[in-house]
Design a protein. Structure first.
Lengths: 317, 554
């Protein structure tokens, strides 16, 4: 927390490419990240894990330069003193207790046995597993396992934390808990990289995002800024209600709405060019209609649409 | 946490220590949680218990006297043992030949070309002719497989015509009635009369000496009847005494001087070529205090007192055999095959390697610590097992003291050598599994078969150069050397086994170390062999490290 950062950024990639034979993993990525939580967004196969594995020295970049705190991670393990990594691998030593697991791994940072146990208890408390640390990992739920993995990455109080799909497969409660943990880490001033293929998850954690698509860096910056751009483009809102036709009449006269559609019984799809404006008028129209609304969905408000927009033309598929 | 303060306290070494400790501990705990570990360790213990049972059964229960030279038999069942028959120059495969039986003394013969073809007298005759008898010994009979004519059978009439002109009697060992008072015969008979021998036929005659009774020796007389005679004087090369007289052959039948036990003729009573008949040549080393070769003349000290000599050498054979076969060859191979092969490979396959490699630890270091973890488990196991075997065998072994303390260094040496083998195979197998995660196991098994064969070859003859292309060869050399260091007289016992037909197996399981650089010093052999194993382990480790260091992990 109070470590003095060197001048080098936590993460620096300069024209980095990685290909496996004919297949491209990541393609000419240049990036520098320092401080705060950064969401690495991309659909499956976009190159998120490849990027992380390059950062963690598992893979050697085919081209370009990678530096973690100014050091090449393929050649040296020195940066790992300051890095915590949560891989996407589900496997753990199920026969160990979480305290055992984390303290054993903590000792690989050169901690004494006692230090390791103390620190492990501390991080297990931090991720909310303090009261079950004597249980074997094999008996944990998916979300608890995921939190053990995160705790193990935090045990040495790292400056950079890399989390590969930490919310994958977790139930909503675990998800919220993990998101809180990640936000808290960001607040502590650490550099956190979180990958996900779900826009909404990242949105709840951070505003700073990197979007990868087919191995390429598609966008980098503030999520809201990117979204605002997206808002100005055609968007759909799907409403499940009692009487779609009545509701459609009310919407069609409203400014930001330029079209309606009835995809299914009890469903109304409204089309807009300005999503935030549409959301502004939505509550008053619904109140006016006096109908029972069962759900409101934004089918275009996902990563695919965002990527579709960024590569030109919204994917209405 | 005050990082600065902590980092001041921590030296590089203590950090290294902690990392090593953590990975070694993790490896041990992982191995402890695997069923295969327990299976292979239990099988090892069972094997040792089985061998101990074998030891108790065959070594501990004393030694039956063994007829080392094989003369305490009576193959023809005439009541005389082979040793006694040989003294009299008789075969032990013919019950009509035995000590005291009458000897045939030849007197004369008519061969096919002699001019005079008639002879008279009272003899034992053998051949073909027309007999005009005064008297025939009808009690001198043989059976259907012998040439002696059986006169007690009813004889047939000879065919019509003149014998050997109109017809010829061609039935061996029989006769026919010829005319009124003559017989035509072919075979052996005792008779008084005249015999006419036809042209182109022969006849021998002579007589048997009187037979006399010879008391048959008890078979037991030919067991342990020629003990080893060594006066302990290292300066006296010619030793040994032919207690049973079967080399000197004084007052034996003339015939027997040319016959050996095996039935070979031209018996050589100075087969060790030292110019002294019927002795044993004991050769000492250059320092003059160790017997390095024993060469006995045939039939000298050839049937020693087994109880006296087998106890010690069988005990040593057991230790050496267990050390080589059970520890080095079997445990040395199977423990790494089960426990070392997957040290890195399994972590990669399971995906748990990520946790370990995201720590500030070099991959090369990681391999070493993993191997150290595996060695802690297997090494402790092997040392405890060898100590256990050592204590039991030392208590049970021959000797006056309660426990043979001198055996313990040998057992520790066996444990130590096995650990060297575990290091070498551990590094090799781990590296092979890294080179080819898919086919590594098959390569390792093939190497295991090769190593097994080379191990057996090394035990049989360490001088065969081909066996040096194996880990086992060098490990077994260390055991041979440790044995010679701890029990310097093993060479003497082994030479005694060879020279005096002692069936202790010592000469099968133990040979003097060969890699002594011409010095015959076992310490040199240990040094050379250790260096070979060490270099091999280090180079395999190096190969494994460089492969792992440059491997991309998905």
């Amino acid at each position: 927390m109070n470590k003095v950062n060197t001048k080098s950024p936590a993460v620096m990639l300069d024209h980095v490419s990685k290909w496996y034979g004919e297949v491209i993993g990541i393609n000419d990525i240049s990036l520098a990240i320092e401080g705060g939580v950064t969401g690495i967004l991309g659909s499956n196969g976009a190159g998120k894990s490849t990027l992380f594995k390059i950062l963690m020295g598992r893979l050697k970049p085919s081209q370009g330069t990678v530096r973690l705190f100014g050091i090449d991670p393929w050649k040296s393990t020195t940066p790992y003193r300051r890095i915590g990594y949560v891989s996407e691998s589900e496997k753990m030593y199920d026969w160990m207790t979480s305290l055992d697991f984390i303290s054993t791994l903590a000792r690989l940072h050169g901690m004494s046995r006692e230090e390791a146990v103390d620190r492990s208890k501390h991080v297990l408390n931090f991720v909310g597993l303090g009261d079950v640390h004597h249980k074997e990992i094999g008996k944990y739920s998916k979300g608890m396992r995921q939190r053990v993995k995160i705790a193990h990455a935090l045990v040495h109080n790292p400056d950079l934390i890399i989390l590969d799909e930490p919310l994958h497969g977790c139930d909503p409660i675990a998800r919220t808990s993990i998101m809180n943990v990640i936000r808290e880490l960001g607040k502590q001033g650490k550099t956190v990289l979180v990958s996900s293929h779900i826009l909404e998850e990242i949105e709840r954690i951070t505003e700073q995002i990197v979007i990868l698509h087919n191995g390429k860096l598609l966008a980098i910056g503030n999520l809201h800024a990117i979204r605002d751009l997206l808002d100005q483009h055609p968007h759909r809102i799907l409403i499940n209600c009692e009487n779609p036709r009545d509701l459609a009449g009310l919407f069609i006269s409203s400014e930001p709405i330029y079209g309606v559609r009835f995809p299914d019984e009890g469903q109304l799809e409204i089309h807009t060019n300005n999503l935030s404006a549409a959301h502004d008028v939505l509550p008053s129209i619904i109140v006016k209609s006096n109908q029972k609304i069962t759900s409101i969905e934004n089918p275009d408000d996902n990563l695919n649409s965002l990527i579709g927009y960024l590569i030109g033309g919204i994917n209405h598929g | 946490m005050d990082d600065k303060g902590l980092s001041l306290k921590k030296t590089v070494w203590s950090q290294l220590d902690r990392k090593a400790g953590a990975i070694i501990e993790l490896t041990i705990r992982q191995l402890r949680h695997r069923l295969s570990t327990w299976v292979v360790l239990s099988v090892g213990i069972l094997l040792m218990l089985l061998l101990l049972a074998f030891y108790v059964d065959s070594v501990r229960d004393g030694f039956e006297s063994i007829d080392n030279d094989g003369d305490a038999v009576d193959e023809d069942r005439d009541g005389y043992p082979l040793g006694q028959e040989i003294k009299y120059g008789h075969s032990d495969f013919d019950f009509s030949q035995y000590p005291g039986v009458g000897e045939y003394i030849p007197v004369g013969y008519i061969d096919s070309n002699d001019r005079i073809r008639t002879i008279s007298g009272n003899y034992t005759w053998f051949g073909m002719g027309i007999l005009n008898p005064t008297w025939i010994n009808t009690n001198y009979t043989g059976n259907e497989w012998e040439p002696i004519i059986n006169w007690q059978n009813e004889l047939s009439m000879c065919p019509e015509g003149e014998a050997f002109v109109d017809w010829s009697w061609e039935t061996y060992g029989s006769a026919c009635i010829y005319g009124d008072s003559e017989y035509v015969f072919w075979g052996e008979l005792k008779a008084y009369g005249s015999i006419e021998v036809p042209e182109n036929r022969y006849l021998n005659w002579g007589f048997y000496t009187d037979s006399f009774y010879v008391e048959p020796d008890p078979i037991s007389m030919y067991i342990d009847e020629d003990d080893i005679d060594w006066d302990g004087n290292f300066l006296q090369s010619s030793q040994g005494f032919d207690d049973d007289g079967d080399c000197i052959r004084k007052n034996w039948s003339d015939k027997s001087n040319y016959i050996d036990y095996s039935g070979e003729y031209n018996f050589d009573n100075d087969s060790n070529n030292n110019g002294i008949i019927c002795d044993v040549k004991w050769t000492v080393d250059s320092e003059g205090n160790r017997i390095i070769e024993i060469y006995a003349d045939s039939n000298v000290d050839e049937d020693p007192d087994d109880e006296k000599y087998l106890g010690e050498s069988s005990h040593r054979t057991f230790i050496i055999g267990v050390g080589k076969m059970a520890f080095v060859i079997l445990l040395g191979l199977f423990l790494p095959l089960f426990l070392a092969l997957g040290l890195i490979r399994d972590e990669t396959e399971n995906g748990t390697l990520h946790y370990l490699l995201s720590k500030p630890i070099h991959r090369g270091e990681f391999i070493i610590y993993r191997l150290l973890g595996y060695l802690t488990v297997t090494g402790t196991y092997v040392m405890l097992l060898s100590l256990f075997m050592g204590i039991i065998a030392s208590v049970l072994g021959p000797g006056d003291s309660i426990i043979r303390l001198k055996d313990i260094p040998i057992w520790l040496g066996i444990g130590f050598t096995t650990i060297l083998v575990l290091c070498a195979y551990g590094a090799l197998f781990n590296t092979l599994a890294l080179i080819s995660p898919k086919y590594g196991i098959y390569i390792c098994i093939s190497i295991g078969v090769w190593e097994f064969v080379m191990g057996i070859l090394t035990i049989a003859n360490p001088n065969w150069n081909i066996s040096a292309i194996s880990i086992n060869h060098w490990a077994l050399q260390i055991i041979d050397s440790i044995v010679l260091l701890t029990w310097p007289d093993t060479l003497q016992l082994q030479q005694m086994s060879q020279a005096f037909n002692l069936e202790s197996g010592l000469d099968i399981f133990w040979k003097p170390p060969v890699h002594t650089l011409g010095t015959s010093n076992p310490l040199i052999a240990i040094l050379v062999s250790f260096t070979m194993l060490f270099l091999f382990t280090i180079s395999m480790l190096g190969v494994g490290q460089s492969i792992f260091k440059n491997r991309e992990i998905m």
